[in-house]
Design a protein around this ligand. Structure first.
Ligand code: ADP
Length: 401
């Protein structure tokens, strides 16, 4: 079955066409600067990457251009849109109602809309993506895959915040967790790769990208995860602060005469390693180069990032009373050897030893720990699009049966 996977951001859209029988990508690409001017990138498997400037006032035009590129008689990978049997959409926040992937109907659309105040940047864009696909490919099933689903198996003592119960009951304020598609995919692939028992295993997944989060996965189910009601909690990230004393908000609002919305913009967009490196960069390639040239702030940013990851690994080892495997994934986890080395340097007490030679590799699956290490540590590239495709096919086939 050919599946179109769509991931709509506020001003961008990533897409892939995946053949679910072979799990190979037939074509992939990106629409950028939607609502500003518009640029389409299209790359057929084994073919040249094409970049075209094209006006995209809304996601509507963006998706229409993607469908045109896919069916272009010269370079398209589809003879007609009929070849697409289903569309899988990444949706950021499922709220309290949407706890697992599902085929989109009017009730699902209403519930995604309802969860928009929890995911104000993403949910509205995700909805536009769904509605546009419904319009341009009528009759094809659309499946919504939520970033928050994987966190739904957390025990109540892990997902509840210690604030008055009425806020949980009235507003569903709880830990949801994000990057769920990635944590789910990577933890399952880790279990397969290391031949662990799916029903008796303890895995910690470190998804380290621009946004970053850690999850504890016991017997194939998430038991804790570092992001919370929103993606702001947890690790130090590219531009997000992660955990901090909430009283800092009041203190800084009073001193800097900011309102709470301005403060949240600071915590989401102007913090993290970008802030610790004094505005140098949120990209670990820049930070590592600067650190090697003696930039102390860049070194501090990398150290603070790695320290927070190590603290979470320690906490999640305690949460599961042990750990069999730790997996690094995401742009930083897959590529930045310096980060893996600095994180693992905190974890000698777990009997972890790292293979320095192995750590020189990047961007593929490999074992990072030495054979005598008490805990297996691996690097495993995430593939959220494939995970969305698999869920889409599973649900569409189940609906047919
Ligand atoms: P997103 O959260 O946007 O999906 P990614 O998982 O793609 O992020 O990660 C992007 C980040 O990965 C970059 O900002 C950069 O810090 C890091 N990164 C990518 N490639 C490398 C590399 N070769 N070396 C070190 N860091 C890298």
């Amino acid at each position: 079955m050919k599946v179109l996977v769509v991931n709509c951001g506020s001003s961008s859209l990533k897409y892939q066409v995946i053949d679910s029988d072979t799990e190979q990508v037939a074509a992939k690409g990106l629409c950028e600067r939607i609502g500003i001017d518009g640029r389409l990138t299209y790359q057929p498997a084994g073919g040249e990457k094409e970049v075209t400037d094209a006006p995209m006032p809304t996601h509507n035009e963006a998706i229409a251009l993607v469908l045109q590129a896919l069916t272009n008689p010269k370079t398209g990978v589809l003879k007609s849109l009929d070849e697409i049997e289903a569309i899988g959409h990444r949706v950021l926040h499922g709220g309290a109602k949407l706890t697992q992937s599902c085929i989109v109907d009017d009730d699902v659309i209403a519930a995604i809309d309802e969860a928009s105040d929890l995911g104000p940047l993403h949910n509205p864009a995700n909805l536009i993506g769904i509605k546009t696909c419904q319009k341009l490919m009528p009759g094809k099933p659309n499946v919504a895959v939520f970033d928050t689903s994987f966190g739904m198996t957390l025990p109540e003592y892990a997902y509840r915040y210690a604030i008055p119960t009425e806020y949980y009951e009235k507003y569903h304020v709880r830990r949801y967790g994000f990057h769920g598609t990635s944590h789910s995919f990577v933890s399952h692939e880790t279990i397969k790769y290391l031949n662990l028992d799916p029903d008796n295993s303890k895995v910690i997944v470190c998804h380290l990208g621009n946004g970053a989060s850690v999850s504890a996965v016991q017997n194939s189910k998430a038991v804790d995860t570092s992001m919370g009601l929103t993606p702001l909690e947890g690790l130090v990230m590219g531009t997000r602060s992660g955990d901090l004393d909430p009283a800092i908000l009041q203190y800084l609002c009073n001193h800097e005469h900011m309102d709470i919305n301005e403060m949240l913009t600071v915590l989401n967009k102007k913090s993290g390693v970008m802030a610790l490196s004094n505005g140098l960069s949120s990209d670990f390639r820049d930070l590592e180069n600067a650190m090697n040239e003696g930039n102390k702030a860049a070194g501090l940013a990398i150290d603070a990032f790695c320290y927070r990851v190590a603290k979470y690994i320690g906490a999640y080892t305690a949460a599961m009373n042990g750990v069999d495997a730790i997996t690094f994934t995401g742009g930083i986890g897959e590529n930045a050897g310096i980060v893996r080395k600095k994180v693992l340097a905190h974890l000698g007490y777990l009997g972890i030893t790292m293979d320095e030679e192995a750590n020189k590799q990047r961007g593929k699956t490999f074992v990072l720990s030495t054979p005598d290490s008490k805990v297996k540590v691996i690097v495993l590239p995430t593939n959220e699009e494939l995970a969305i495709c698999r869920d889409t096919v599973r649900l569409v086939n189940a609906a047919k049966a």
